[in-house]
Design a protein around this ligand. Structure first.
Ligand SMILES: [Zn+2]
Length: 342
């Protein structure tokens, strides 16, 4: 998983105008006098800045963003109590933007989000946040424009504009962690749906009478490949309570039972993605989130399953890749909510 640097390097080479600016920046610092260094710093600091925020169930990541590049980062714990959470988030936002003119703040938050009103609804890991008017509350405190959307939609935008989806028009971006989420870019547009709930990939059904999901339904994909279910699978196959990361380490060391767990996850994920391909026909599927640490082996089994089950087409255009932006995708994408998700 990358940290966004690779992406920034790529974006630097886009267009003659930007290349020109960056050629100036590439002058080695050692041969610049202090005044010139300050001038360069100010030049960077006076451009249009946005702040991107990625609110997850455990941590909230904040980034000061300019031209698709994260210049400063902060991570704070996500509080269950909404009042405490808003207070701490507002303080962190003030701190990161100290002395800098901020154009707007974009926030990707877990759960079902009303993109238009900026209201958080039913976040599974933050039950006390239900119906929290995050946009309105932060705008009042900060006196800045705030845009709030779903965190996986933010990742999808990040990948589309700055990651592996750059230059493509049809993407499906999924994240696998505690939950399993999806974001859809179709014909260059982020798809929100009538209720702003499009892309709930984790709750698509892969077994009609399957295991009970935390949403209440049966046989959802998340009930098979969400973090908790991988732990359960590891217990059954390996006989130990292991995190997905621990399973991945054992698989790397060649442990057959650990490999079997990852291949099972890849198989279920492949089944879910066959449905996505038949519905949306994406040219690239990008897998992100903590579990994608299972890496190449997961990808291989997922690809194999898709190949076996997908409707054959002559020369089908379809790539399946692991995210290279990693956690930066959500921060970068959230800053683009005003253009794509209102
Ligand atoms: Zn479900």
């Amino acid at each position: 998983m990358g940290d966004g640097k690779g992406n920034c390097d790529r974006s630097r080479n886009d267009g003659k105008e930007r290349k020109g600016i960056n050629e100036r920046r590439r002058v080695p610092h050692s041969i610049l006098c202090p005044i010139k260094r300050v001038r360069l710093f100010l030049e960077r600091m006076t451009g249009k800045m946005r702040i991107g925020v990625d609110i997850g169930g455990t941590n909230t990541k904040i980034g000061l963003v300019q031209d698709g590049k994260i210049l400063r980062r902060r991570t704070i714990p996500t509080r269950q109590d909404p009042e405490q959470a808003i207070g701490e988030l507002a303080n962190a936002l003030k701190e990161i933007s100290l002395g800098i003119e901020i154009e707007l703040i974009g926030i990707g938050c877990c759960g079902l989000i009303d993109h238009k009103e900026g209201i958080v609804r039913t976040p599974p890991n933050l039950p006390k946040w239900h119906n929290l008017k995050l946009k309105e509350r932060l705008e009042k405190i900060l006196n800045l424009k705030v845009f709030v959307g779903n965190d996986v939609n933010a990742c999808a935008l990040g990948e589309y504009l700055y990651g592996l989806g750059k230059g493509k028009r049809n993407l499906f971006v999924l994240t696998i962690g505690t939950g399993v989420g999806g974001g859809i870019i179709a014909d260059g547009r982020l798809i929100l749906g009538a209720n702003h709930s499009a892309g709930e990939f984790g709750h698509t059904i892969i077994f009609p009478e399957g295991r009970r999901c935390r949403c209440g339904n049966r046989g959802c994909l998340e009930a098979y490949i969400g973090q908790e279910n991988i732990r359960r699978m590891a217990k059954r196959i390996i006989g130990k309570d292991l995190t997905p990361k621990e399973v991945a380490i054992r698989a790397k060391e060649g442990e057959k039972k650990a490999i079997a767990v990852i291949e099972r996850v890849g198989y279920y994920l492949g089944l879910g993605l066959v449905n996505v391909c038949h519905l949306l026909d994406p040219e690239i599927i990008i897998i992100g989130g903590g579990i994608s640490g299972m890496g190449r082996r997961l990808l291989k089994k997922t690809e194999e399953t898709i190949k076996e089950r997908i409707m054959p087409l002559p020369k089908r255009r379809l790539e399946i890749r692991l995210s290279q932006l990693g956690p930066s995708a959500g921060i970068l994408g959230a800053t683009k909510f005003p253009e794509f998700a209102i």
